[in-house]
Design a protein around this ligand. Structure first.
Ligand code: DON
Length: 339
């Protein structure tokens, strides 16, 4: 079990029967997910792919989108303008909390909670709603490397039931953080959350952040490299909501989760990691996903503060690589064979 392909296979087998947690149900469409779905994908900055399980199964990106739309807002506005509207402080509160927005600075604490993400959507530039959406979809396309689309039933489901988000948007308007086009801003936010991805796509997106903003497969620039440190900083401190502190302590990887069951992690200058399993805990984080990340971090010394600071020890597997076999096929676990 000395290298990455064997280790992710081991983790897949170890955790595939862990069935604690539940499907997100406050967005009714998300209850249609299969609780057995499970995938682990790793994409290196050189474009090598290691994955196992349901890595091609589509689902909606949900809160993981916040990372990438924040990057877009940084490019659209710049760091200081953005900081005036949205802070970078972890909240320790649930992702959809209304309380701190009203109690504290009247500005969302950070762009990873819903209040901050709605404010971020309000800063995306474009002459009208269609242009804003198209710019956003093009941004996601560059990160993912193929055409993207929105899951309309999930979008409609969020729009019909997003009463807390509507309350947050009204408070943001009240405090002068967003303009008086609440429904347009909320639609853009619900659309970004309803973007269709799979675990493989998420690992490519994370690898793009690890690779100075360049998609390692297509070589297209997803974001200007000068903003990567801003994005990774808020992922590290705020990406796992009210588990962010313990995540930083136990795992030590800048990460972001979503209620549909995805988690991405970025190993700067090395690789992107994604895990997908829709059973989540009360904070909205995938239970198998957290287990896999913790195990990967321990096994390969990926914690940011591991000493001595290795760049990415799990990539030191050159003797075990079979260069002649297409990499994507080589390490996909064959689900038709018994474990
Ligand atoms: O606005 C919401 O509540 C969802 N569209 C996204 C929430 C989410 O993914 C939080 N993640 N853990």
């Amino acid at each position: 079990m000395s290298n990455l392909p064997e280790f992710i296979k081991f983790l897949y087998q170890e955790y595939r029967h862990l069935n604690s947690g539940s499907l997100a149900s406050y967005i009714p469409e998300l209850t249609k997910a299969n609780p057995n779905w499970f995938a682990i994908s790793v994409v290196t900055k050189e474009g090598e792919i290691f994955e196992i399980g349901d890595s091609q199964e589509n689902f909606t990106i949900q809160s993981i989108s916040k990372v990438f739309v924040y990057g877009m807002a940084l490019e659209d506005c710049d760091r200081e303008t953005l900081l005036e509207k949205i802070g970078v402080e972890p909240t320790g509160d649930p992702f959809n909390s209304v309380i701190r927005l009203d109690e504290n600075s009247k500005r969302p604490d950070n762009p990873m909670v819903n209040a901050g993400a709605i404010a971020t959507a309000g800063l995306i530039k474009g002459a009208n709603a269609t242009e804003k959406l198209n710019r956003m979809l093009d941004m996601f396309r560059r990160y993912i490397g193929h055409d993207v689309f929105i899951n309309a039933p999930v979008f409609m489901s969020e729009r019909a039931t997003g009463h807390r988000n509507r309350a947050l948007a009204n408070l943001l308007l009240n405090f002068g953080i967003i303009e008086n086009n609440i429904e347009e801003i909320l639609d853009l936010y619900f659309q970004q959350c309803s973007l269709v991805v799979n675990c493989h796509d998420l690992a490519v997106m994370a690898a793009t952040l690890a690779n100075r903003g360049v998609n390692p497969i297509t070589k297209e620039q997803g974001i200007k490299p000068c903003y990567i440190r801003d994005i990774l900083s808020v992922m590290y401190t705020c990406g796992m909501y009210n588990y962010a502190g313990e995540w930083a302590y136990r795992v030590g990887i800048p990460a972001k989760s979503g209620v549909s069951g995805g988690i991405i992690g970025v190993i700067p200058d090395s690789a992107g990691i994604a895990v997908f399993s829709p059973l989540i805990d009360s904070r909205g984080n995938s239970i198998r996903g957290m287990k896999v990340f913790e195990a990967l971090s321990d096994k390969f010394n990926l914690h940011l503060f591991d000493y001595p600071l290795p760049k990415c020890s799990f990539l030191d597997i050159s003797e075990n690589r079979i260069e002649s076999i297409p990499k994507k096929i080589e390490f996909i676990f064959d689900k038709t064979k018994p474990l």
